[in-house]
Design a protein around this ligand. Structure first.
Ligand SMILES: Nc1ncnc2c1ncn2[C@@H]1O[C@H](COP(=O)(O)OP(=O)(O)OP(=O)(O)O)[C@@H](O)[C@H]1O
Ligand SMILES: [Mg+2]
Length: 307
């Protein structure tokens, strides 16, 4: 089973209006509710690609109930842990002349619930995949990624990490199966340039020296580079299309990559499906659907090349 972790999910309240006037009563033109969180996004893309997964993490209150029900209604299994107080945050995304976001902090996570979560991870074993992505709520210990990674080490669990900075660095000693920084995250981690493919591959190799197995570097409109554990380099140019909203492109790429592996595909095939999935989401309002991914995959799979 593939498990995704969303430590601090959110109900996104996405509204649009012509003008936002501070200090006034404003009326929305459109409004939508989206269940947000990077791990949940990965699960939704996996589902779109006919691949089962279970979403893990913490929820609280009426918004937490809504997330659980909403994610399950979209065909993803959930094993969220209920928190005793507070409510899962609501993030307000305002599309007006400018884009304005107001993001909540999220509920407190007491030690008992954190322990229950970590104990659940200890049940994972051979054949399981664990995807850990995104930022850490301020109520959790800073070393939570390392704590998660240590629970799965040496058990045949494939650990996938999509995170930046110290979070990414902290899991490398546990030899994650795959890490997926984007170009900016890679450059920032080493305080170095990641402009050219040679720069990117040099820094990706440093991640391997620090413990990562495969390194997938996403480069938005420039596609992606994959440095495999055995030193092979694969490149995928980005899918072509009209950009709508690139939020979730990275999560979709991880979902597409894992869906291909789960169905017996090679790493190069995983790169192709991941690139198609990331592009499809960049060209969609939310996480892309199956047909949009597969349409782009037709072209992308012919363009993936070994460098
Ligand atoms: N404008 C685009 N055109 C085509 N493909 C895109 C575009 N943006 C993203 N993608 C595809 O999605 C993949 C992941 O995108 P990106 O590098 O922006 O990830 P990210 O910065 O981690 O995104 P996220 O906001 O989800 O964290 C890219 O490697 C590419 O294949
Ligand atoms: Mg990202």
């Amino acid at each position: 089973m593939i498990y995704t972790v969303t430590l601090n999910p959110a109900v996104d309240y996405v509204i649009s209006l012509d003008r936002l006037s501070a200090g006034q009563i404003n009326r929305t033109q459109t409004e939508a509710v989206v269940f947000g969180g990077k791990g949940i996004n990965v699960s939704l893309m996996l589902k779109a690609l006919h691949t089962e997964s279970t979403a893990l993490g913490f929820v609280a209150g009426f918004t937490g109930e809504a997330i659980r029900a909403g994610v399950e209604a979209q065909g993803v299994y959930t094993e969220f842990i209920d928190l005793p107080s507070g409510f899962t945050r609501i993030n307000v995304k305002i599309h007006a002349e400018e884009e304005t976001e107001i993001n909540g902090n999220g509920p407190d996570i007491p030690q008992a619930q954190l322990d229950a979560f970590l104990a659940r991870l200890e049940q994972l074993g051979q054949g399981d995949t664990l995807v850990v992505s995104g930022s850490v709520p301020r109520t959790l210990p800073k070393n939570i990624y390392a704590q998660i990674a240590s629970r799965t080490e040496g058990k045949g669990v494939r650990l996938i990490v999509d995170a930046a900075g110290a979070l990414l660095q902290s899991v490398l000693p546990y030899h994650p199966f795959l890490v997926k920084p984007n170009r900016q995250e890679l450059a920032a981690l080493f305080g170095a340039s990641a402009e050219t493919d040679a720069d990117v591959l040099h820094l990706a190799a440093r991640l391997q020296e620090m413990g990562a197995q495969h390194v997938l570097v996403s480069m938005a409109g420039d596609g992606a580079l994959l440095l495999t554990a055995d030193g092979a380099v694969w490149k995928a140019p980005a899918a072509k299309g009209q950009i709508v909203n690139s939020v979730g492109a990275g999560d979709s790429m991880v979902g597409g990559f894992l869906a291909a592996l789960e169905h017996g595909g090679s790493l190069a095939e995983a790169l192709a499906l991941g690139t198609a999935a990331g592009g499809a989401t960049a060209f969609s309002v939310g996480i892309a659907d199956h047909d949009k991914v597969m349409a782009l995959h037709e072209t992308v799979k012919k363009e993936v090349q070994k460098l």
